[in-house]
Design a protein around this ligand. Structure first.
Ligand code: ATP
Ligand code: MG
Length: 151
């Protein structure tokens, strides 16, 4: 048996497939406190996404400001930083076919009050700030965020 054969495009490793993506997911402080870590991971796995990396950390101010750098001029920036640094979070790298869009569909709208039932924010979120989960919004953001949290 040739153990070194090239599996190529669409292989079990999937690394040559354009639709293969990674996304950085954060289960935010309220998600951890609400005890929905397992439920959220299960929703990703049921959509055939792979949990590649996972850790629980308390995000410090410096890391939070880097992560949310695109929002630094927004009125809600300070509130966002206070919230994301308030207690431990779970940070994950998920991967699979169209992982970024699939994750955002599972998450639902940013404002939990407007998110549809059956989405993570619709089912578990409180409002626009306390909204359970973060997911990368593009391949560029995912690359930057994964390097930031898993360097
Ligand atoms: P995330 O980046 O956390 O996945 P998102 O991409 O749906 O969320 P963004 O516009 O990137 O939304 O906003 C980042 C985070 O900032 C939101 O998840 C939310 O916690 C907070 N936020 C966004 N808009 C507001 C707002 N108008 N008022 C208060 N907080 C907000
Ligand atoms: Mg965002």
């Amino acid at each position: 048996m040739n153990r070194c054969r090239d599996y190529g495009k669409g292989s079990i490793l999937n690394t040559n497939d354009d639709s293969f993506e990674r996304s950085l997911i954060i289960i935010k402080p309220d998600g951890v406190k609400k005890k929905v870590i397992g439920e959220i991971i299960s929703r990703f796995e049921k959509k055939d996404l792979t949990i590649e990396k996972l850790k629980m950390i308390k995000i410090d101010r410096k890391l939070a400001c880097k992560h949310y750098q695109d929002h630094k001029n927004k009125s809600f920036f300070n509130m966002l930083i206070e919230y994301i640094t308030s207690s431990p979070v779970v940070v994950m790298v998920i991967s699979g076919k169209d992982a970024i869009v699939k994750a955002r569909e599972l998450m639902g709208a940013t404002d939990s009050k407007k998110a549809k039932g059956g989405t993570i924010r619709g089912d578990f979120g409180d409002d626009i700030t306390v909204n359970v989960i973060h997911g990368s919004d593009s391949a560029e953001s995912a690359k930057r965020e994964i390097e930031l949290f898993f360097n």
